[in-house]
Design a protein around this ligand. Structure first.
Ligand SMILES: C[S@@+](CC[C@H](N)C(=O)[O-])C[C@H]1O[C@@H](n2cnc3c(N)ncnc32)[C@H](O)[C@@H]1O
Length: 410
């Protein structure tokens, strides 16, 4: 007997979607095998075709909607389902937030056994046009990769990308892109274009200079200063070609405010900001503590961080270039609080061990992947209590979710 309703009709199959997976795909079952179906929502009844058969699961695509969910909205983007960017554009934003909060709760419960630690999600104020950075792939014209493929889908506009970036797409398409592999565009109130590949510099300047503020070809700044300045409240941050900056600027304030709240600083603390990027978190919290030490392994990020320290007139911060793994066991600094904000792969086991040895009263873990967060919390669990996890939606219209976690020493 099947738990899911399956009726075979000709070549197509009808089935009811009962839940979403962590990537926001609808899930059903056929002959006891799980099937994943993009653009299908809970309670929908869909006609599907199977597009992939694996030994443990199937993948399908919707041919027709027999019954649509009340939470479905028109995914108005012409590239939805084709470009690999947004995967929740068809779901009402409030429901996207419910889905992401549940997802973090489920992952944390399943992999750590911890219940009731995940608090309410902080939704994003700007749900479209929020991305301040994109990487365009090239096939004759600029576009984005199709999901799980190197096929380039040409695009004229992206509904989650800042309009300043959208506005220069026609000019990018005027360039001779035949030997260009990708173009990265970053923006604040200024625009930076980074072109990777072979291209005529004079031509690039002729086409783009009136429309952007700085242009870099591979490693060479051919126009402007080679950086842009982004503002977070009263603070200003220089961002160069290879430096990380959060992609949703307005929501970054909410993310950092939650970090500051969890730090609960009284003014006398030493804070270690591991994976500090351009020094943003350290600079944001520096008025509330005695001293900050930031570490990052990208030299441009540390150069920017030192510049940002000067721009924002901060005296109590030091930045070090190096791998967290090596530096953390090398520093003469006894932190009261450690903030970690690693890439998606999470923390190296040896970094967690070094943090535990340093015995800070608090660890604030900023994570962009709840799976690696859960894995790492299991290592901290003997020595630290996991007090609270707040999901912060930095990436509306996609299944991605940022979380901030407060750990306190036992
Ligand atoms: C998610 S970003 C966070 C940056 C910063 N905290 C922010 O909010 O903008 C992760 C940062 O970790 C740095 N990183 C990656 N691997 C590292 C490592 N092994 N050691 C030190 N830093 C690393 C990257 O350069 C990047 O700046």
């Amino acid at each position: 007997m099947f738990f899911y309703d399956i009726i075979l009709v000709g070549d197509n199959m009808k089935l009811t979607i009962h839940n979403l997976d962590h990537q926001g795909r609808g899930m059903g079952k056929i002959d006891n095998k799980i099937i994943f179906i993009p653009n299908a929502l809970v309670d929908e009844i869909v006609d599907i075709d199977i597009v992939k058969q694996k030994s443990k699961y199937l993948e399908g695509k919707v041919i027709d909607y027999i019954k649509q969910s009340k939470d479905r909205i028109d995914p108005f983007c012409p590239y939805f389902n084709n470009c690999g960017g947004c995967d929740l554009l068809h779901l009402e934003y409030e429901k996207q937030c419910e889905f992401k909060e549940e997802k973090v709760k489920n992952i944390i419960l399943k992999y750590t056994g911890l219940d009731n630690v995940v608090s309410k999600i902080i939704p994003s104020e700007n749900i479209y046009y929020y991305r301040n950075k994109v990487t365009f792939q090239i096939h004759k014209r600029i576009g984005f990769y199709k999901e799980k493929s190197y096929e380039v889908v040409p695009i004229e506009k992206c509904y989650i990308t800042n309009e300043k970036i959208n506005n220069i797409i026609p000019y990018l398409n005027k360039l001779n892109l035949s030997k260009v592999s990708k173009i990265v565009v970053k923006c604040s109130n200024k625009i930076m274009v980074i072109i990777y590949g072979e291209i005529d510099d004079v031509d690039v300047i002729k086409v783009l200079a009136n429309h952007v503020d700085t242009i870099i070809v591979n490693d060479n700044v051919i126009y402007g200063d080679g950086y842009i300045i982004e503002k977070l409240g009263d603070l200003s941050f220089e961002i160069s070609k290879d430096s990380f900056f959060q992609v949703n600027t307005i929501q970054t304030m909410n993310l950092y405010q939650k970090v500051l709240e969890y730090c609960d600083l009284k003014g006398n603390e030493k804070v270690l900001d591991l994976y500090c990027g351009t020094g943003t978190i350290g600079i944001y919290i520096s008025n509330y503590c005695k001293e900050v030490l930031g570490i990052d392994n990208v030299s441009e990020a540390i150069e920017d961080a030192n510049e940002n320290k000067e721009i924002n007139k901060k005296k109590n911060i030091t930045f070090l270039l190096g791998d967290s793994k090596d530096k953390i066991s090398d520093i003469d600094f006894k932190p009261d609080v450690i903030i970690v904000d690693p890439p998606r792969i999470g923390l190296d086991q040896s970094v967690i061990e070094s943090i535990i040895e340093l015995k800070p009263a608090k660890v604030i873990y900023v994570s962009c992947d709840p799976m690696t967060l859960a894995r790492d919390l299991n290592v901290f669990k003997n020595d630290y209590s996991i007090k609270e996890i707040t999901p912060v939606d930095m990436f509306p219209q996609t299944h991605h979710i940022e979380s901030v976690c407060l750990l306190e020493i036992k």
